[in-house]
Design a protein around this ligand. Structure first.
Ligand code: AKG
Ligand code: FE2
Length: 342
């Protein structure tokens, strides 16, 4: 049993249309800057990717996850941020494995041997790359606005995420959460524990009705990972994409643009979605040799590679602390915390 989540659904998640992008670019930039400064999450419409294209990629993803485990295991997860993992991602916010499986795809050298073979899933690679390029086109438009908003040259962030480079780091992550039995005890646990993304900017699709994503704007969270804070449900219409600022952009903007805690709550209450859930997250992750520093130079300059390493160290230190806290609680026979009820 756990405490019930407190919700604040009065918070508005900005919805930004990218319609007539070239002629409205300054207007769109102002909207994105406002959303990035105040919420850290926004949804976009009229981004040019059709519902048919999105459904086609979900179909592709569903076919992958439907393969037998020993076949999926031919493309195992690796620390290059590619490959398939099953219930193995443990978050520092929960100290428990996310109840999901995921398959991470990239464009360059990191994918050698990690594309599922045509023998098992004909055409998977081509279909995926086609969709990934479409997500990159959308990301590039958003990155142009972000650069303009921060006073950098328009192509500054686009170049820093160049997917034609063999060492490109951008990731498309296919996610599959399992069907959940109705326990109806109101306990709160998570399909994906609370976290902020390390990356620069994430663009995410979910299927209409497959809710569960919740956010806790970083600014308002005084507790670590938004523990005990108020959360806001994100509900998307078909075709809408959700975008969020990652920690990398937060530091690259001298903390002006906020990265935001988010999670996928496991269904436990009336109105929650208990079925299988699929989502597609696209992480824009800078090249290892780009220099990351905001216009006001609030933080020392770091390369993309150093930035990853620091983020990883912070992650593992937080995870270690969480696991030790859980061990102590167990030894003392203390009641589980709000988050540790999985
Ligand atoms: O599945 C979702 O809606 C969120 C996934 C997510 O936050 C992540 O993979 O970083
Ligand atoms: Fe995330």
């Amino acid at each position: 049993m756990g405490e019930k989540t407190r919700y604040n659904n009065d918070r508005k998640i900005p919805k930004i249309s990218l319609r007539d992008f070239d002629s409205r670019v300054d207007e769109i930039t102002a909207e994105i800057v406002n959303a990035a400064e105040n919420v850290g999450f926004f949804s976009i419409t009229d981004h040019g990717i059709s519902i048919e294209e999105i459904e086609d990629m979900f179909d592709n993803s569903q076919r992958f996850f439907a393969l037998p485990s020993d076949v999926k295991a031919t493309v195992p997860w690796s620390p290059n941020n590619v490959g398939w993992e099953f219930k193995s991602q443990v978050r520092p916010s929960t100290g428990a494995a996310d109840q999901k499986e995921s398959y991470q795809l990239q464009y360059g050298d990191n994918m050698k041997g990690i594309w599922i073979s045509d023998e098992y899933l004909p055409g998977f690679k081509e279909r995926s790359l086609q969709f990934m390029h479409r997500m990159q086109e959308v990301s590039d438009r958003l990155m142009l606005c972000i650069a303009r908003g921060l006073g950098f040259p328009d192509d500054y962030f686009v170049k820093a995420h160049d997917i034609t480079r063999p060492d490109s780091q951008n990731v498309c992550r296919l996610l599959h959460y399992f069907e959940t039995p109705k326990t109806a005890d109101g306990a709160v646990w998570h399909r994906a524990g609370a976290h902020a993304d390390w990356s620069f900017l994430t663009v995410l699709f979910q299927r209409e009705g497959q809710s569960g994503l919740e956010i806790c704007p970083g600014r308002e969270a005084v507790t670590e990972f938004g523990l005990g804070d108020e959360w806001t449900k994100v509900d998307l219409k078909a075709g809408e994409a959700i975008c969020n600022i990652g920690d990398c952009l937060m530091s690259w903007s001298d903390d002006r643009f906020k990265s935001t805690f988010h999670r996928v709550k496991a269904p436990s209450e009336e109105g929650d979605f208990f079925g299988e859930r699929y989502s597609i997250a696209y992480f824009n992750q800078p090249l290892k040799d780009v220099i990351i520093q905001g216009p006001k130079k609030k933080y020392p300059a770091r390369t993309g590679d150093e930035n990853n390493k620091v983020a990883m160290q912070r992650h593992f230190a937080a995870l270690k602390a969480k696991l030790e806290e859980q061990k102590t609680e167990k030894a003392l026979g203390a009641a589980p915390t709000v988050e540790a009820t999985a």
